[in-house]
Design a protein around this ligand. Structure first.
Ligand code: SF4
Length: 736
């Protein structure tokens, strides 16, 4: 409940940025958010906040509202007309009628929902049920596809379930820590501070960083493997080759708890350190060293005195056309050495977004179902249909993020509902996404912010609440569920995401009564807690069972980890400590996929390998952080990082405006000479959209950002696109 106007108070909530999931105390005065500090009692951050989290209140200033927020529903019935402000009833009636008409004419798979890891678990649950239960399509996917889906697939193909086995305390127990494809110093700053502290306390702890760039994270490493982009699988296979050759694996663990080892051992036979060194651009002796450190946990340990190794990894492994093989390649190493299920050991995927994990829990993706069930499993579909009270859940896999927009561009998906995300900036191949938004007959955008790239395409704009205004739950990287609480009133006519979806669903139910299966409504919720209770029940007997964790328990005891089954008094901190895995035979499986090069190798026309990533003080497309001037102190403007030798070879100089072109588009931005990238490589931060990189066109649509260059090729298991590598060329911009 909101306190009376004028009262000073603090509200306990969670940071809406990264997957560290820090607890925050939001200060309010007179109903306004006036400050923020770290929650000293939250186990993810113990009172600390990074620069982004510490500036949250500055992004919530009421005076910013007219500039950055969507405040009332808007509608246009003709594509080229401006939208006009309308009442909620008119907007939702219109959308329900258009959806019903399109579904009646073209079938349920002619509509699609594209949602977000920024949403709360309750929002996610309702959207998933709306698509799969009421509409009868699995075309519901999320921007977490672009973020975490390879981690999901990697865990599932090896350990049998999408469950990170570790927790943040493991940092304090690890003897060897591997950071692969993760610039945690910038992307997960509070977790990184804990790593720094552990290293300062125990300098003998070995830190290995695997990253094509020499990042701030790499500065802490005892050994930085600056591999060529996309070659991680070759490296992991070569590390296993060394472990096998030098008898560093744990044969007892392999025999008792795994299957498929012989095939993997055969696979890595040819990947010697020398062969991998050639593919990865590394020294063979460094590959041998990291293999030994990883297997034994410490340089002087033996297989009898093995010390724990923890690996933490993120988008460098995930955002790849071989993302699943990269994730599984690293998990293979943990299984081969028994480096899992004990303090300080295990494969720990760092989630990018604040609630990518919650979205996975409710099955809010085109190939998943509630509570880690699989769409491809008929028994799982029947369980979910029974839970929801519908006749069936369709079997056909829905279209994943890139596929959904491709289908819209091809005219197959005719109505797109986009909630809490900015795909015209953040998905690869922006030109394709924009074609999709132009081709679709109906584009609904449900947003808190008037994003420059996507909102101009909206036929209907539905204003949503955001951090500080809404209530629900999120789950962080270590499976810890935290409450999100409102500290101030919703601005204008903004409504909560779950509530908008329910209001729409009830209207659609009146137009599509067949899917109701005789029920009055599938959406009988008056509060987020009611949604949470249904989600909770869906987890009964599953690996993430939270039937013992009520809303009241979360209120009373604070953030809790799953699983938390009925009868438990605390969640489970570490998984697989008994060597039992959620597979048919209880064994983890080795994954023996061969190394595959990047989808778009560099060539004479496009000779530079471009990778993209985050900066320390910005978040995603800057819809929130972009309104806080002090967050630009760290990096005031976008640029392309290039090695000085690459600039010199082309007669270009530091600071000069360059045109960067791929096969899909081109952008203009200044060069930054730096040896943090290797010759032949380039880096551009993902945050700046086109407001900066070329302004808006006559229709008010922002021009291309960095994802105008990137590639929409996807991993065959996770369907995650290869945002970490595309081939580009750079030249002087020669602007008029
Ligand atoms: Fe927020 Fe992540 Fe920073 Fe914590 S580390 S304050 S969750 S952005």
């Amino acid at each position: 409940a909101i306190m009376p106007e004028g009262a000073l108070r603090e509200v306990r909530s969670t940071c809406p940025y990264c997957g560290v999931g820090c607890g925050v105390l939001i200060k309010t005065e007179g109903g306004r958010i006036t400050g923020v500090r770290g929650d000293p009692d939250h186990p993810a951050n113990f009172g600390k906040l990074c620069t982004k989290g510490g500036a949250l209140h500055l992004s919530a200033k009421p005076e910013l509202l007219p500039q950055v927020r969507a405040l009332r529903p808007e509608l246009r019935t003709q594509r080229d007309a401006p939208r006009r402000a309308v009442r909620w009833d008119e907007a939702l009636d219109h959308v329900a009628q258009r959806f019903a008409a399109i579904i009646a004419e073209h079938g349920p798979d002619s509509v699609g929902f594209y949602i977000s890891g920024q949403m709360l678990t309750e929002d996610y649950y309702v959207f998933n049920k709306l698509a799969k239960g009421l509409v009868g399509t699995n075309n519901v996917d999320t921007n977490s596809r672009v973020c975490m889906s390879s981690a999901v697939a990697g865990y599932k193909v090896t350990l049998g379930a999408d469950a990170p086995p570790c927790n943040y305390d493991d940092i304090d127990h690890a003897s060897c820590l591997v950071l692969a494809g993760s610039n945690a110093a910038w992307s997960h700053p509070i977790t990184f501070r804990r790593i720094e502290k552990a290293k300062a306390r125990r300098p003998e702890m070995r830190i290995i960083v695997i990253d094509p760039r020499r990042t701030e994270t790499a500065e802490l490493a005892d050994l930085h493997l600056q591999l060529l982009p996309g070659t991680d699988v070759a490296l992991f296979h070569a590390m296993l080759h060394v472990m096998v050759w030098e008898d560093l694996v744990d044969p007892a663990y392999i025999a008792a708890h795994t299957s498929g080892y012989a095939a993997l051992r055969e696979r890595v036979r040819e990947m010697s350190p020398a062969a991998a060194a050639n593919l990865c651009g590394l020294k063979a002796e460094d590959i041998v060293t990291v293999a030994r450190w990883f297997a034994l946990g410490a340089p002087d340990a033996t297989p009898q005195t093995r010390q724990p190794t923890l690996s933490m990894y993120c988008q460098g492994l995930n955002q790849s056309s071989s993302g699943t093989a990269k994730n599984a390649g690293l998990i293979n190493l943990h299984l081969a050495c028994g480096q899992i299920g004990k303090p300080g050991a295990g494969p720990f995927s760092l989630t990018g977004q604040p609630n990518a994990m919650g979205g996975r829990e409710v099955g809010g993706m085109a190939n998943l179902l509630s509570a880690h069930r699989d769409l491809a499993n008929p028994a799982h579909r029947a369980e979910v249909a029974k839970l929801w009270g519908v006749a069936d859940v369709p079997a056909l896999r829905g279209k994943t993020a890139v596929e959904l927009f491709q289908a819209a561009a091809d005219g197959k998906v005719k109505a797109l509902w986009i909630a809490c995300t900015n795909p015209a900036q953040s998905l690869p191949d922006q030109a394709l996404v924009r074609r999709a938004l132009q081709t679709a007959e109906l584009v609904v955008v449900q947003e808190a912010y008037t994003t420059a790239a996507t909102v101009p395409y909206a036929d209907v704009l539905l204003p949503a609440t955001t951090w500080g205004e809404k209530i629900g739950t999120v789950t962080n990287s270590e499976r810890r569920i935290s409450r999100v609480r409102a500290a101030t009133k919703a601005p204008g006519e903004a409504r909560d995401d779950w509530e908008i979806a329910v209001d729409f669903a009830r209207r659609l139910e009146a137009l599509l009564p067949a899917r109701l299966n005789g029920r009055l409504t599938l959406f009988p919720y008056a509060t987020p807690e009611a949604v949470w209770n249904e989600h909770r029940e869906s987890t009964r007997g599953r690996d993430l069972d939270i039937t013992g964790l009520s809303w009241a328990t979360l209120e009373r005891d604070g953030p809790q980890q799953w699983p938390y089954p009925a009868g438990a008094s605390v969640g489970k901190a570490r998984l697989y400590d008994d060597g039992q895995f959620p597979t048919a035979d209880g064994r983890a499986r080795f994954f023996a996929e061969a190394f595959k090069p990047v989808a778009e190798p560099c060539d004479a026309r496009y000779p530079v390998a471009l990778t993209t990533g985050r900066l320390r003080d910005q978040w995603h497309g800057m819809s929130r952080t972009g309104s806080v001037p002090r967050l630009f102190n760290h990096a005031p403007e976008p640029c392309i990082d290039l090695h000085p030798s690459d600039l010199a070879r082309r007669g270009l100089s530091d600071g000069e405006l360059l045109r960067v072109a791929s096969r899909r588009g081109d952008i203009v931005l200044p060069a930054r000479a730096t040896d943090t990238v290797r010759p032949g490589q380039a880096f551009i931060a993902m945050h700046w959209g086109a407001e900066y990189l070329g302004g808006r066109n006559a229709q008010g649509v922002a021009r291309l950002g960095v994802n105008g260059l990137t590639l929409p090729v996807i991993d065959p298991y996770s369907f995650q696109p290869e945002l970490k590598h595309s081939a580009v060329r750079v030249e002087a911009a020669h602007l008029p």
